[in-house]
Ligand binder design. Structure first.
Ligand code: ADP
Ligand code: MG
Length: 395
């Protein structure tokens, strides 16, 4: 991949695809990690005299203008973090975008409105996507792909625009790929992967691929109950992906065959309901009462998992161990995060909620080797899939 050093950007309009998809509460940004991660590339380009036009998406407005998904609050925060004004276009490729793009002087920065207000951005129809991509490309002379969190999407701004303009990968994408390559090519051993969270079916693909690579696979969070059920235990009202049980049984057999140490919870916090103040007690993972749901791993499990991480040389962690948004059920996630920090291993955290958990729990971000801005993107990379946004930057 070419880096931005290879582009002659002075005095030229450079379209930067960034990932600014941050969680919002009304207009308030609750976690600005992705904006901060986008700052270095934009700053470098501006300092080199580029006229920087940033584009990004926010949420899922599905091709329609929806004020609650406006990037306006993000433009304000980006300006604060850059320490330079950010002109904001009130549309994506319309009159405002053209006017803002044409008005830029060397070293100035603008942000376009949410790409996903335009149906062409995510269209499955190559022609519709291409037509939108052409209008986007028309705003600029060069393209920089720096939105790592979106590189697994075959979207106009990610996949089609770099085929229309001379392009390079931004520093964030270069760093993310370097880190993930270390995990896929020749990880120092023991190599331990910790999986949790709620999106079980999304994460099964990565398990199939990882069983051939890891020494230990630790499964916690909402995912673990499908594994416990597959082993024949009752899981009460816990999160369960009933249609994946056969596949999960296959993973359990495969792990045994390959000598991968598959580590599951031995106790859980079983709650009366999904609520911050739900009554709860510690129960054995093999004896979850029918009217309870597991919302966090229990104390014995925290110790077990920490022990399995203590001698690791490489760790990839994706997915919280419990419903960390509720203080009463954040302890398991905290214990695992602390075990990663204490391990001294090369540690990578991937996943929007996992990264948010690290910050919410007040853990030091520099306690980890790398916190990825991409959840889906990092998992698909580890699965060995070709990511459209990276492929487009390679050509
Ligand atoms: P990431 O964004 O890091 O990839 P996911 O999106 O897969 O992680 O999952 C995060 C969500 O999983 C969190 O909102 C958390 O509350 C939820 N979760 C974790 N453990 C459980 C559980 N035992 N039951 C229900 N939800 C859970
Ligand atoms: Mg998530």
């Amino acid at each position: 991949m070419r880096t931005i050093d290879s582009l002659d950007v002075k005095g030229r309009r450079v379209l930067v695809r960034a990932d600014l998809n941050v969680p919002l509460d009304g207009d308030a940004i609750t976690d600005d990690g992705r904006i901060r991660a986008s700052v270095p590339t934009i700053t470098t380009l501006a300092e080199r005299g580029a006229r920087v036009i940033v584009c990004a998406h926010l949420g899922r407005p599905k091709g329609k203008v929806a004020p609650e998904f406006s990037l306006a609050p993000v433009a304000a925060r980006l300006g604060e973090l850059l320490g330079r004004p950010v002109a904001f276009a009130s549309d994506v490729v319309g009159d405002s975008a053209r006017e803002v793009a044409e008005g830029l002087e060397d070293g100035e920065v603008a942000l376009l409105e949410n790409l996903r207000f335009e149906p062409g951005e995510e269209s499955k129809d190559g022609e519709a996507r291409g037509a939108f991509a052409a209008r986007l490309a028309d705003l600029a002379e060069l393209y920089v792909g720096d939105g790592f969190g979106a590189v697994h999407r075959k979207h106009a701004s990610v996949y089609d625009v770099p085929r229309l303009l001379p392009h390079a990968a931004g520093g964030l994408v270069v760093t993310e790929v370097e880190v993930l390559r270390k995990l896929t090519e020749d990880p120092a051993r023991p190599y331990v992967v910790v999986l949790g969270g709620a999106k079980v079916s999304d994460k099964l693909g990565v398990i199939a691929n990882l069983l051939g690579k890891v020494d230990r696979l630790i499964v916690g969070g909402g995912m673990a109950y499908t594994f416990l059920k597959a082993q024949g235990h009752e899981v009460g009202n816990s999160l369960l992906q009933a249609d994946q049980l056969d596949q999960v049984r296959g993973f359990i057999d495969e792990a045994a065959k390959r000598g991968v140490d598959l580590v599951l919870p031995v106790d859980v916090l079983a709650a009366t309901g999904f609520a911050e103040d739900a009554e709860h007690e510690v129960v054995e993972a093999t004896a979850i009462p029918a009217d309870r749901e597991g919302l966090d791993i229990g104390p014995k499990t925290r110790e077990l998992f920490a022990g399995k991480l203590a001698d690791a040389a490489t760790v990839f962690w994706n997915g919280p161990m419990g419903v960390f948004e509720f203080d009463a059920f954040a302890g398991g996630t905290r214990a695992v995060a602390e075990a990663l920090i204490a391990s001294g291993a090369f540690t990578v955290v991937g996943g929007g909620d996992s990264a948010a958990a690290v910050r919410k729990l007040g853990l030091p971000e520099d306690g980890f080797s790398h916190i990825s801005t991409g959840g889906g993107a990092s998992l698909e990379y580890l699965e060995g899939k070709t990511l459209p946004g990276l492929a487009a930057l390679e050509d």
